[in-house]
Write a protein that binds this ligand. Structure first.
Ligand code: PBG
Length: 315
């Protein structure tokens, strides 16, 4: 009667990793229980989740090396298998919520979220590519676009491009406060998307992702996203940034999302596999704490397991 917070699968989004091909399902070694899957298996996975009551998904592509270039042209090519897959998913499951990833890193030979020139990530030229990618994704049928790149001004650039092409109903979930975090490792393994080692390539993403020491800066980012037309604001990672989630929730009226990232999930999974923590207790407590801090929406690799427990009346 007096429990203040209740977490249902409606609040969860499940990240899925798409690879080109057929009948592929490879486990991601640093993220046990998660797989790189070809479209046939992704469709099966989505169907299984929807039957259990989980219908929100985020799709990430692993792009073959031969498709990568300096300016991520494959990201908006009509031949792009990621875009074609999105159309098929939405045609088969019109009621699912499908979110994209808007960033250059899967498509960029330098492994950065923006175009690299003379050792720097160039913000403004990157916006043009992000705008093209957004229109291509909206055309493919994604319901929500997820700019994870952290270039300044991208929400406005995307909104203008989308509205210009008539995609006024496509939402934007801005990665508003995305920190330059050590906890993205397993994700980069999954997609082979880490910054590449090279003379003229920045070693990390610190020139565009945020400094973990800063919270007030998140408010500036949030204010800009709001002005530029974001529909959701996301904080990422989640557990190490619960204070940021809480502050944004108090100060803004937009829905707040939190990305419980790969490294955060991997830590818990590893402890459970060692017998040091009990998964069915530690996992729901973790997700509940992110919700209690203020996240309306949680992107988590545990979405399916939580939904299963929820359905069986065990949370
Ligand atoms: C890249 C992107 C990253 C994640 C989502 N989109 C990694 C990065 O910024 O290097 C991380 C997600 C996770 O760790 O689960 N645009």
């Amino acid at each position: 009667m007096v429990q203040e917070t209740r977490l249902t699968p409606d609040h969860l989004m499940y990240p899925l990793f798409l690879v080109k091909g057929k009948n592929i399902k490879e486990e991601i070694s640093s993220l046990p229980g998660n797989y790189r899957m070809s479209l046939d298996n992704i469709l099966r996975e989505i169907e299984e989740c929807i039957k259990m009551g989980l219908r929100n998904f985020v799709l990430f592509p692993a792009i073959p090396q031969m498709r990568k270039d300096k300016t991520a042209t494959y990201s908006y090519s009509p031949k792009n298998f990621y875009l074609k897959a999105a159309s098929k998913i939405k045609r088969k499951f019109p009621d699912c919520v499908l979110m994209s990833d808007v960033a250059l890193d899967p498509y960029n030979i330098d492994g950065h979220d923006g175009i690299v020139r003379n050792g720097k990530v160039v913000n403004d030229e990157t916006l043009e590519v992000l705008a093209k990618m957004s229109v291509a994704q909206a055309y493919a049928g994604f319901d929500i676009l997820g700019p994870s790149d952290m270039m300044d001004g991208r929400i406005a650039a995307m909104r203008v491009a989308l509205d210009g092409k008539g995609f006024t109903d496509t939402s934007i979930m801005s990665y508003t406060a995305k920190y330059a975090s050590a906890f993205y490792g397993p994700f980069r393994d999954a997609l082979d998307s880490a910054p590449v080692d090279g003379d003229d390539i920045p070693k990390d993403k610190k020139t565009y992702q945020m400094n973990p020491a800063n919270k007030r800066e998140a408010l500036i980012e949030a204010e800009m996203d709001m002005q530029e037309g974001a529909d959701f604001m996301m904080v990422k990672p989640a557990l190490h940034y619960l204070d940021v989630i809480h502050t944004l929730k108090e100060q803004f009226e937009l829905p707040i999302a939190a990305y419980h990232v790969s490294g955060e999930c991997a830590m818990l999974t590893a402890a459970c596999q060692n017998g040091w923590l009990e998964y069915e207790k530690a996992m729901p407590e973790t997700l509940l704490s992110i919700h209690r801090a203020g996240a309306d929406v949680i992107l988590t690799y545990f979405a399916k397991d939580y939904t299963k427990m929820y359905r069986e009346g065990r949370v």
